[in-house]
Structures are given as structure tokens and as C-alpha cells.
Design a binder for this molecule. Structure first.
Ligand SMILES: [Zn+2]
Length: 112
């Protein structure tokens, strides 16, 4: 079972949750926030949107558009993950994603 913390956007499996203790006893919580108050079960196959990925050579990158997210691929590394699309208001809403805090305009890479 995959789990996401909606406070810090940590995702992992239930084995990766942290054992914590409070007045009511032991419980499992987010390893970052140390609370279970924001945990959500993810359905199998649910898309996990990431905001950072290893940035390989820009030449091999291509993407698949799906609503307001894209799946980014690299021809050697495979799937890099799903990214939220941002819109650059100063450039007529030009679409971009951010990787390692770097802007990557979608029109500079190939679409699947
Ligand atoms: Zn958290």
C-alpha cells in the first residue's frame, strides 16, 4: 500500500512509516511530520506527482500530456515521473515544468 502525507507530500509504503508514540500509545506516522493526521492511502496505480527528478541530458527527454500534468520520460532512464504544469504569464502562458529548480519549457522537448 502506498501512502502519501498531504502536509509535506512525502510518499512511501506503510513499511516506511515512522513508529511514533503519544499519550494514546504507539502509532505510525509520516517520517517528516511525525504525525498521522495528514496521511492518505493511495490507490494502486495512482499517479504520484513529483516536483524533482534527476535531470539527465536534455536531448533524450520527451513527455506525455495529461490534463494539467505531464509524464516526463528519458530515452535511457525511462519514466522520470509526473510533473505539474506551470504557466508563464509573462510569455503568453507558455507551459513549463520545474526540474531540480530549473524551468524546462515543454515546447523545447519532444511530445510523445
Ligand atoms: Zn509529512
Amino acid at each position: 500500500m502506498n501512502i502519501r502525507c498531504n502536509k509535506c507530500y512525502w510518499t512511501g509504503t506503510d513499511e516506511e512509516l515512522k513508529s511514533l508514540v503519544d499519550d494514546d500509545g504507539y502509532f505510525l506516522g509520516c517520517p517528516n511530520c511525525e504525525t498521522d493526521g495528514h496521511l492518505m492511502d493511495l490507490d494502486d496505480g495512482e499517479i504520484i506527482i513529483v516536483d524533482t527528478a534527476e535531470y539527465p541530458d536534455e536531448k533524450g527527454l520527451f513527455y506525455q500530456h495529461k490534463g494539467d500534468i505531464v509524464c516526463l520520460y528519458h530515452d535511457k532512464e525511462g519514466q522520470l515521473g509526473w510533473f505539474k504544469i506551470w504557466y508563464d504569464a509573462e510569455m503568453n502562458g507558455r507551459e513549463y515544468i520545474t526540474i531540480n529548480n530549473t524551468i524546462l519549457y515543454l515546447d523545447t522537448i519532444d511530445q510523445l
